[in-house]
Design a protein around this ligand. Structure first.
Ligand SMILES: [Zn+2]
Length: 147
């Protein structure tokens, strides 16, 4: 809950659907665990130097953003729960928690090799792709090039 306060107050990303995006992202990680993707990435974590591993971390996180978008797509189709402005709230939140944006705020510098979650642009784009397609097959961030 404190992260929601931080999103609202410090990151300027308020709204119930911004929070829904964050929760759906975490559920996305659970799906990755069930699919065996997390374990594969964890093996790389033990094998690779940090800078090299970070690239896989970014792909894992962007896939969780994609899965959050897939959730929103299907929830909306089934229940029409989204209100006007909700999609924008989620995209604004994805924008607010991009590595480049956070680093710039915190240190005034941007160090791409240290990214672990992806840029604001990437986070918005992968959430949006999941939302627009609702299709799990479109979410292979590990083979996407460019990411
Ligand atoms: Zn995550």
């Amino acid at each position: 809950m404190s992260f929601f306060d931080e999103m609202e107050q410090r990151l300027n990303a308020p709204g119930d659907f911004a929070q829904a995006y964050v929760i759906a992202h975490e559920v996305g990680h659970h799906i990755q665990k069930l699919m065996g993707i997390t374990d594969q990435v964890d093996r790389l974590r033990r094998q690779l130097p940090t800078e090299e591993f970070n690239k896989y971390s970014v792909r894992l996180e962007l896939q969780a953003d994609f899965l959050a978008g897939v959730w929103a797509h299907h929830s909306q189709q089934m229940t029409r729960m989204m209100e006007s402005g909700d999609l924008e709230e989620a995209l604004n939140a994805a924008n607010a928690i991009g590595d480049d944006r956070l680093q710039k705020q915190q240190t005034g510098r941007v160090v791409p090799d240290s990214f672990t979650h992806g840029t604001s642009e990437q986070r918005m784009r992968w959430f949006r792709k999941g939302f627009d397609t609702g299709d799990l097959q479109q979410g292979d961030t590990f083979n996407a090039n460019p990411l």
